[in-house]
Design a protein around this ligand. Structure first.
Ligand code: AMP
Length: 113
């Protein structure tokens, strides 16, 4: 999608700190980290949010979680980590291209406090 920030990051038009890429997904560090390690995993296909997952496009979610697991093992998140996908404006979504935040390196117990 031509006016989508993450589509531009995937294409290289906007620079990013890439962690991993395959034919289906792209992973890169969040520009405004909320934990010592904070990265995003996004499908290369433009899907607006988790609310737009269907029978037809849903296999990408399984693939994304396999990639998250592989990166978590490689990065040594042995004490755990958090995966978040914000959906819609009230859900805190600011970039309308499906993405999964992966956060690690501090206490992630929920609810906080
Ligand atoms: P969300 O608010 O769930 O839609 O998440 C969007 C995330 O994208 C936020 O955590 C932003 O910090 C992050 N972000 C925005 N622009 C960039 C960028 N150019 N490179 C990396 N991360 C970005």
């Amino acid at each position: 999608m031509s006016d989508c920030l993450f589509c531009k990051i995937i294409s290289g038009e906007i620079p990013s700190k890439k962690i991993y890429e395959d034919e289906l997904v792209y992973a890169f560090y969040d520009i405004d980290p909320q934990a010592p390690t904070h990265f995003l995993v996004v499908p290369k296909q433009h899907i607006p949010s988790a609310a737009a997952i269907t029978e037809e496009n849903g296999a990408i979610v399984s693939h994304i979680f396999q990639v998250i697991g592989k990166l978590a093992r490689e990065m040594g998140f042995s004490d755990g980590f958090r995966v978040v996908s914000n959906v819609g404006e009230q859900g805190g979504q600011t970039v309308f291209h499906l993405h999964f935040h992966v956060l690690a390196g501090r206490d992630m117990t929920w609810p906080p406090g």
